[in-house]
Design a protein around this ligand. Structure first.
Ligand code: GDP
Ligand code: IMO
Ligand code: MG
Length: 444
């Protein structure tokens, strides 16, 4: 089902309300027809957004999911961390499949660059933490995607050791910076136990200046480009990467990623003030999944969990890791909707729940001292102490992939959706009933 055209120029944000992989790519692709410019504001190649159209499956990592729709401008904003090699590979892969990638893709000159040593640091730190004798809470390793995300954002905050896309376009300046950075980084990597040759600033400068040259036609001041589009009455669609519970400030710290992936990250990550964002669509799965370490109160380790994983093809789009799965945690989703200021919700992968006799939804937590708590606990240590209190629902057996609209859903599926809507006090305006673009029930 295709969403109806909007009556005025409306800017929309699409954000994940759980721990990622809610189906943001599919929803962004679907909403692209209503917008002119699709904008990534956070994260990097840790994201894996799948879009399925007519049997073709595309996995987007750095490029906005709007790219499959011709005639739209796609922007990688200043808040994104860009691995130039990965970006060029992604551009080539799309072109090889007939997708136009040229002037329709702009990359901020202020986006920070993921360098090879960032990926080495990321992996080395994870290995180090996994190997350290753990306390009662287990290892401090985060289970990152090892795409160099944390170390690149750390350099951004540190400032003098950072490289931005614009720096790649000035070879002499890049070389100067790399001479200092490589000295520092070589010592740090050695301290982390990485046994590589000292980093070679000459080779790195040559390689990254060449990558910069290749990307030069795409690199620009995206802040002015976005404000120019707004001034012309064009509409923007912001594509969140990762998700609210992985937000560096509001997620399950420290088991989070290193950016503001909630909608709160849009203004700093694009230079577009929040007042320009008219609707915020929170994306949630009809159950919960998580990749990597960290507390997950409703996680299922049994046959039900295995079935959900297989039916939902819950294997990472970026790393291929099996995703941890569990029942829907509504305490968590309600919290994320509050943080993100969601104005409506899309509930995806409802079809995966077909065939279960009973479904459970967590509506509050039991704490270790016996108390009941209906607030989310955005701190890993606290959340690890919570056990879910469930409400049970009757399941349904009918396949729902080909239902035409929400009114045609089996009664128990409709009841499940209505319960979520009431609990969140938000309309569910899209329901995912299968992976393809057309497997989406759209209303309102
Ligand atoms: P994202 O990171 O939020 O864009 O989500 P991913 O693409 O990583 O993971 C979502 C997965 O679910 C992908 O394999 C999608 O093709 C698939 N998907 C999205 N919506 C639906 C749906 O409604 N039903 C089913 N069965 N699969 C879906
Ligand atoms: P999309 O956009 C699911 C998780 C990693 C790890 C933690 C930190 O596809 O929903 P990082 O490499 O960012 O330092 O890893 O965050 N993570 C994601 N999990 N989907 C994502 O993105 C994720 N991006 C990061 O698994 O636990
Ligand atoms: Mg994903």
């Amino acid at each position: 089902m295709t969403p109806a055209p909007l009556s005025r120029s409306t800017n929309t944000a699409v954000v994940g309300l759980q721990w990622g992989d809610e189906g943001k790519g599919k929803i962004v692709d679907l909403l692209t027809s209503q917008h002119d410019v699709i904008v990534r504001y956070n994260g990097g190649a840790n994201a894996g957004h799948t879009v399925e159209v007519g049997g073709e499956r595309y996995a987007l990592h750095l490029i906005p999911s709007g790219i499959l729709n011709p005639g739209k401008l796609n922007v990688i904003g200043n808040g994104v961390v860009v691995d130039p090699e990965k970006l060029l590979e992604e551009m080539d892969r799309l072109r090889a499949r007939g997708v136009c990638v040229g002037d329709n893709l702009k990359v901020s000159d202020r986006a920070h660059v993921v360098m090879p040593y960032h990926k080495e640091q990321d992996a080395a730190l994870e290995e180090f933490l996994a190997g350290v004798a753990s306390d009662e809470r287990g290892s401090l390793a985060i289970g990152t995607t090892r795409r160099g995300i944390g170390p690149t954002y750390a350099d951004k905050i540190q400032r003098s050791t950072a490289i931005r896309m614009g720096d790649l376009l000035d070879g002499a300046h890049l070389h100067d910076r790399l001479r200092v950075i490589c000295r520092l980084r070589s010592a740090e990597l050695k301290a982390l136990g990485v046994n590589t040759e000292p980093l070679d600033p000459d080779a790195l400068a040559t390689k990254f200046a060449a990558l910069g040259e290749q990307l030069k036609p795409n690199v620009t001041d995206t802040v002015y480009a976005l404000h120019g589009a707004l001034a012309q009455g064009k509409s923007l669609l912001f594509e969140g990467a990762n998700a609210c519970l992985l937000d560096i400030d509001h997620g399950t710290y420290p088991f989070v990623t290193s950016s503001n992936c909630s909608s709160l990250g849009i203004p700093p990550g694009t230079g577009v003030p929040g007042a320009h964002i008219h609707r915020i669509l929170g994306i949630m799965k009809a159950y919960t999944s998580r990749v990597g370490a960290g507390p997950f109160p409703t996680e299922l380790h049994d046959e039900t969990g295995r079935l959900i994983r297989e039916r939902g093809r819950e294997y990472g789009t970026t790393t291929g890791r099996p995703r941890r799965v569990g029942w829907l945690d509504l305490v968590a989703v309600k919290y994320s909707a509050m943080i993100c200021g969601a104005t409506a919700v899309a509930c995806t992968l409802l079809d995966v729940l077909t065939g279960f006799d009973e479904l459970k939804v967590c509506t509050s937590y039991r704490m270790r001292d016996g108390s009941e708590n209906d607030r989310f606990l955005p701190d890993a240590r606290m959340l690890a102490q919570a056990t879910p209190i469930y409400r049970s629902f009757l399941g349904w057996d009918e396949e729902i992939r080909d239902v035409a609209d929400r009114a045609s859903l089996p009664a128990n599926a409709a009841r499940y959706i209505e319960f979520i809507e009431e609990a969140l006090n938000l309309p569910i305006t899209m329901i995912g009933v299968g992976p393809d673009r057309r497997h989406t029930l759209v209303h309102a």
